[in-house]
Design a protein around this ligand. Structure first.
Ligand code: CA
Ligand code: CA
Ligand code: CA
Ligand code: CA
Length: 459
């Protein structure tokens, strides 16, 4: 029997350090000259047809309608509740877009609102200056600040969720929970300090995308990045793309879906896992998953016996099916455990929804672009830590930055688009026209404005 490794070796200069990355080694086991597994093929790609939530929306949730065509609701204060609050927009009915005329911290003093009514967009990039952070008051009302439950067509972008005070019930305290919902996009969100998972899919979700986000510093001893499925019964389509998981012991991310799911974990940067980075479980019949173009990077907490991509067969009720391509591993941990090799497939179980970029390009792009913009000091620290192999799991004293209140640009007709921008592009600054398409390119005026806002914020 001979063992042959195929794969490339990359050398990247990072400051003064030279970091060696090795792509996911593929071992061909020859028995009597016959390979027992076929070598992996390039990923197959089949983009999702249909209108996207916004230009550049990715993954199985990309067709989420959000609040398109609906009411523009102004968030004019940072109050827990009442007219002009974020809660009022979240709890309203009908298609709606939450547009922010304020910046700073929204601290829910009562139990945080739950997104139950469909067709909602939370457009955090409209907030002036430093953007929006949400947290809770701690104690018995200190529950998950962003819950999307029993609903559909929800888009959340450019929001930070940082519960800086301990809640009263750890089991109810993720930073983001998506439960029994479909067509949801979480994009450019930053989350920290959950006492359960930073992001948790619960129950029967479908067509979900978590993209371009930073999940860092879960609170020990339950420091976990992403439990993408929890107690699922039906197959789910779930995309986890261009994200950072940093300073979380395990579940970076956790993949425990039923068969007939399509799960893609593409182009993420996963840093400083302690015991495990990606975990593939089989409690619900065995997860089909494609893990493509990711970077798995050790940090100060990464144990030498840690595993980059682990299959765990405890409580197995059926075999996982795993497709790996172009993953990079930096550090002295086990890259892919042998149990994964037993269920590895040469082609994706489901075609990817996007053309992945190579893992080193993804690394640079994610470090430059992930998270809510503008980045706050916490995200800046996360990115610094990844670049410098610094930082540790657990923040003994989670502290929010302070923010100066900023004045939003004039928006005379309250359609979410500033007067100055409207004059520049030729929409009417005196008349609500967010859902028109002044340049006829198929992208609504408001979506064009949101892209412009992202550029203003440095994205
Ligand atoms: Ca949870
Ligand atoms: Ca306007
Ligand atoms: Ca207008
Ligand atoms: Ca347009």
């Amino acid at each position: 029997m001979s063992i042959r490794r195929r794969g490339q070796r990359h050398l990247l200069a990072k400051g003064s350090a030279l970091a060696a990355f090795v792509t996911a080694g593929w071992f061909l086991l020859h028995t009597g000259g016959q390979p027992v597994q076929a070598a992996p093929q390039r990923p197959t790609v089949s983009p999702l047809p249909g209108k996207k939530a916004f230009p550049g929306a990715l993954g199985f949730g990309a067709n989420a309608k959000g609040g398109r065509g609906g009411t523009i609701m102004m968030v004019t204060n940072l109050n827990d509740a009442g007219k002009g609050s974020l809660r009022a927009c979240i709890e309203a009915k009908g298609p709606r877009v939450c547009v922010f005329r304020v910046n700073g911290l929204i601290r829910f003093s009562e139990r945080p609102p739950v997104v139950r009514n469909p067709y909602l967009t939370i457009a955090g990039q409209t907030s002036p200056g430093s953007g929006i952070t949400i947290a809770h008051s701690g104690g018995s009302n200190g529950r998950t600040p962003l819950v999307i439950k029993n609903t559909h067509d929800v888009v959340v972008r450019h929001i930070r969720i940082r519960p800086d005070r301990p809640g009263g019930n750890r089991g109810s305290e993720d930073t983001i929970t998506i439960e029994n919902s479909s067509n949801v996009i979480i994009d450019h969100v930053s989350a920290s300090w959950a006492r359960d998972e930073l992001i948790n899919g619960y129950g029967d979700n479908d067509s979900i995308t978590v993209s371009n986000s930073i999940f860092a510093w879960g609170i020990p001893s339950h420091d976990k990045c992403a439990l993408l499925a929890s107690d699922p019964e039906e197959g789910q389509r779930f995309s986890f793309i261009n994200n950072v998981c940093a300073h979380n012991g395990d579940r970076n991310p956790d993949l425990n879906f039923p068969p007939h799911s399509c799960v893609e974990v593409v182009n993420n940067v996963l840093y400083n896992g302690a015991s495990r980075f990606a975990e593939i479980w089989e409690s619900f019949g065995g997860t089909p998953v494609s893990i493509v173009g990711n970077s798995f990077i050790s940090g100060p907490n990464t144990a030498s016996q840690a595993v980059g991509i682990a299959r765990d067969t405890r409580y197995s009720t059926g075999k996982a099916r795993v497709y790996l391509w172009d993953n990079r591993f930096q550090g002295g941990f086990e890259q892919v455990n042998s149990a994964v090799r037993q269920v590895q497939e040469p082609t994706p179980i489901c075609a990817l929804t996007l053309q992945p970029v190579d893992s080193s390009t993804a690394y640079s792009r994610v470090l430059a672009r992930a998270g809510a913009f503008p980045r706050d000091a916490i995200d800046d620290q996360v990115i610094y830590d990844i670049k410098h192999s610094s930082g540790r799991i657990g923040q003994p004293d989670p502290k929010l930055p302070s923010w100066d209140r900023e004045t939003p640009d004039a928006d005379s007709d309250q359609d979410g688009m500033s007067d100055g921008w409207e004059r520049m592009v030729g929409t009417n600054p005196q008349r609500g026209d967010p859902w028109g398409d002044i340049d006829g390119d198929g992208v609504e005026n408001l979506e064009e404005f949101l892209i412009y806002r992202e550029m203003e914020l440095g994205l």
